[in-house]
Design a protein around this ligand. Structure first.
Ligand SMILES: [Fe+2]
Ligand SMILES: [Fe+2]
Length: 246
C-alpha cells in the first residue's frame, strides 16, 4: 500500500511524497508521486500510471481531499508518469496538466484533449501555486526530448523526474537515501541507458549545482537530501551516458 509522507512544511505550504508501494504488481516499475499544497491550492507532480491510480488516490486522501487538486504536472510523457490522466479527468473535468508542448498531441491518448493541457515552452515558465510560484525547469533529453523538472524555491526542492531514479531492491525501502554509496549502485545502469545526451547532462548538472537545493526528489527510489544532493549531481556529471553495454 502506498503512503503519504510529509517531507517538509513551512508557513501553510506542504510538500508530500506518495512513496513507494511494496504491494504493487511485480511487473510494474515502482513510482513516487509528489503533492505540493499551499492554502487551498494543490498541484500533483508526476501523478503516475493508471495502474497505480487507486493506490495514489487513497494515499492522497490521508492528507488532502484529492478533488481539491486542480493542476497536474508531467515531467515527460511516459506511462508511469501520466497515463492516469484520463482517470483524474473523470474525477475533475476542469483539471489541467502542465506538460512540454512537444507532447501536447500525444498525451491526449491517455485521455482528455488539448483543452486539458497547459503546454510548457522549451525555456520553462513559472507555475502559480498559492502565494509563491513553482518553476518548470528545462531538463530536455533527460531522458525525454521534451522534459521538465519542477523547482520550488520556497523550500529549495527539485522534483527531478527520472533524474536521480534508483531501482531499489525490495528490502531497501527507505524514504530518504541512507547510504549514498550503497544507494547509487542501483541508479547506475538506469542512468547510463536512459539518459541519452552527455551534453544535456553536463548542462543540467551545471544549472542544478548553481541552485540552492536541500532535496532532490526523483520519480523512482529514495529522496536525496542535504549533502547527498551535491553528491548525486557530481556522480551524474562524471557518469558516461547514452551508450548500450558500457
Ligand atoms: Fe521516463
Ligand atoms: Fe519514470
Amino acid at each position: 500500500m502506498k503512503k503519504a509522507h510529509v517531507i517538509y512544511q513551512q508557513d501553510g505550504r506542504r510538500w508530500v511524497a506518495i512513496a513507494r508501494d511494496p504491494d504493487k504488481r511485480a511487473c510494474v516499475i515502482d513510482t513516487n508521486e509528489y503533492l505540493i499544497s499551499d492554502g487551498d491550492e494543490a498541484l500533483l507532480a508526476d501523478p503516475g500510471g493508471s495502474e497505480v491510480f487507486p493506490a495514489v488516490f487513497a494515499a492522497l486522501s490521508e492528507v488532502i481531499d484529492p478533488l481539491r487538486i486542480r493542476r497536474l504536472f508531467a515531467s515527460h510523457q511516459d506511462p508511469d508518469v501520466i497515463s492516469s490522466l484520463g482517470l483524474w479527468l473523470d474525477c475533475n473535468p476542469q483539471l489541467k496538466c502542465y506538460v512540454s508542448w512537444l507532447w501536447s498531441d500525444f498525451i491526449p491518448h491517455f485521455g482528455g484533449s488539448d483543452q486539458s493541457l497547459i503546454a510548457l515552452p522549451d525555456q520553462g515558465m513559472d507555475l502559480p501555486l498559492g502565494r509563491r510560484p513553482l518553476r518548470a525547469m528545462p531538463a530536455h533529453y533527460l531522458h525525454s526530448p521534451g522534459n521538465f523538472h519542477l523547482y520550488d524555491p520556497t523550500a529549495s526542492i527539485l522534483f527531478s523526474g527520472d533524474v536521480g531514479a534508483a531501482l531499489l531492491p525490495a528490502d531497501q525501502n527507505e524514504l530518504f537515501v541512507a547510504d549514498f554509496d550503497r544507494h547509487i549502485r542501483h541508479a547506475e545502469a538506469f542512468h547510463r541507458r536512459w539518459m541519452g545526451s552527455a551534453e544535456a547532462k553536463r548542462d543540467w548538472c551545471q544549472r542544478a549545482a548553481a541552485l540552492p537545493l536541500d532535496m532532490l526528489c526523483p520519480q523512482h527510489g529514495a529522496i536525496y537530501r542535504g549533502a547527498d544532493v551535491m553528491r548525486f549531481i557530481n556522480w551524474f556529471d562524471a557518469l558516461p551516458v547514452g551508450a548500450i553495454g558500457r
